[in-house]
Design a binder for this molecule. Structure first.
Ligand SMILES: *Cc1c(COP(=O)(O)O)cnc(C)c1O
Length: 453
């Protein structure tokens, strides 16, 4: 049998992250102060984020940013991750396409999120910060942040979207195992939560709401910073270890991807797998398609608008230029909790505007169907989020078959689904639905946006 797994050694873990902004002709628009509509100064971010993370956030000049040795040491716990040729899936699809996936599910918390939680905790610690706050949707980011906070000796409070708090009790236990405090959001512990709960006591929460709560706690607590698991530029930067390793591994396989696919929540695993390859397109005009697979129930890239919007529901964050469904958009309760976010990061939004990035919508039932086929052919139960990338990979492999072309497809397996079996249960019981969002539904949260761009 041909080689299935492409493995690197510790010495091959990247020594620098790739900052794609340095190579973009059209830079992302600046974040704005929502009051004055003036571009933010780096210092304006300091109440929320560690200074080194802010420096990374606004860096438009350096394509390579060194990974601190302490962070690289922690990466060694599970990196480099394998690149796998999905022979089983190829055979089941009877496709001429070659399918590869980068397996980020082998991290100690089961997802790619640790790639950014570790450096974020490290830079906060280095600055003398003692406490962190954050939010989590499905619990993946909270788990990754809890692990990282413990690794660098910081206290962490996590606001967990209430629907996930109830549907995914084991992620809550994982965070508690690593020593984090977990609070269901919306909660009565913040002004933002109180307002939402008194307006709508049944509200089961959203990432936007949980972010508002975490920010409010961080701003009101001395020596405390807020950390975010996606959307922001510095998070995308940290995740490029995925694609940088994959680049070397595709070389080992003697191939170059025609298509790179990632599922899309706020854009971090998608950016991580794709930016190192997009680099060749930006610099050398390499012909490659890069596709973001988002849930049809939260379609910011395909049906949202490009506009300045808040990153959270209440409006505590700066104005960020993004494809958005409006910060008050309340996504249906699909099981891919990590994809239930109203906006896209500003780098990926600019790349989409400039046609470097394509986007597709995947229905919930198609994602689960793809997940089951992948599990049965490759032996890994994927996270419901990652299953969106698998579904699009299958679409492309079927297209390749129709065209009789041997395309090479690379996708990011952002996490495993072993703690999401309740979602699989609902799928097998026939209880899961697709959600049809009408244009009128979307207009409700999009219409109120200020016209700034
Ligand atoms: C959080 C998460 C996502 C979505 O977030 P991105 O920032 O878009 O990557 C996707 N997959 C898994 C497994 C996640 O935990």
């Amino acid at each position: 049998m041909a080689t299935k797994k492409f493995l690197l050694q510790e010495k091959d873990i990247p020594t620098a992250w790739y900052n794609i902004v340095a190579d973009m002709k059209n830079k992302p628009l600046p974040a704005l102060n929502p009051g004055t509509k003036q571009p933010l100064n780096p210092e304006d971010w300091y109440p929320l984020f560690a200074e080194e993370l802010v420096a990374q956030e606004v860096n438009q000049k350096d394509p390579w940013i060194e990974i601190p040795e302490e962070v690289r040491d922690m990466y060694k716990v599970w990196r480099p991750t394998p690149l796998v040729r999905a022979f089983g899936l190829e055979k089941a699809l009877d496709t001429p396409a070659h399918i590869y996936f980068k397996n980020e599910s082998i991290s100690p918390v089961g997802s790619h999120k640790l790639n950014s939680s570790l450096p974020q905790a490290y830079y906060c610690k280095k600055q003398g910060i003692t406490n962190l706050t954050t939010e989590t949707g499905a619990g993946q980011w909270g788990a990754a942040m809890a692990y990282a906070a413990k690794a660098f000796g910081l206290e962490l409070a996590v606001y967990m979207v209430k629907i996930s708090y109830e549907q995914k009790p084991y992620r809550r236990s994982i965070m508690q195992t690593f020593g984090a405090q977990v609070i269901a959001s919306p909660s009565m512990s913040t002004k933002a939560g109180k307002k939402i709960l008194t307006d709508n006591p049944q509200y089961m929460g959203s990432l936007g709401t949980a972010i508002s709560e975490a920010i409010e706690l961080a701003i009101g607590t001395p020596n405390c910073k807020y950390v975010l698991g996606s959307v922001l530029n510095h998070v995308m930067l940290h995740q490029t270890v995925i694609g940088l390793e994959a680049e070397k591994q595709m070389e080992m396989a003697g191939e170059y991807p025609d298509i790179v696919i990632g599922c899309f929540g706020g854009g971090s695993n998608f950016s991580g797998i794709s930016y190192p390859f997009l680099r060749h397109k930006l610099l050398n005009g390499k012909d490659i398609r890069v596709i973001a697979a988002e849930p049809a129930s939260c379609p910011k890239l395909t049906r949202g608008v490009f506009q300045y919007d808040f990153g959270d529901e209440t409006g505590y964050t700066p104005f960020i230029p993004m494809y958005t469904l409006g910060h008050t958009f309340a996504p249906p309760h699909i099981h891919a909790g990590g994809l239930r976010y109203h906006g896209a990061g500003s780098i990926v939004s600019q790349l989409k505007r400039d046609n470097y990035v394509e986007a597709v919508d995947i229905e919930q039932l198609d994602a689960f169907k793809a997940a089951v086929l992948f599990a049965q052919t490759e032996g890994i139960i994927p996270a419901p989020e990652s299953s969106h990338a698998i579904a699009q990979t299958i679409n492309e492999a079927e297209q390749a078959k129709k065209e009789g072309k041997a395309k090479t497809i690379l996708f990011s397996l952002s996490g495993h689904g072993l703690i999401d079996m309740a979602a699989y249960d609902s799928y097998f019981a026939g209880d899961l639905l697709n959600y049809d969002l009408t244009d009128a539904d979307l207009a409700k949260s999009i219409a109120p946006l200020e016209n700034i761009v």
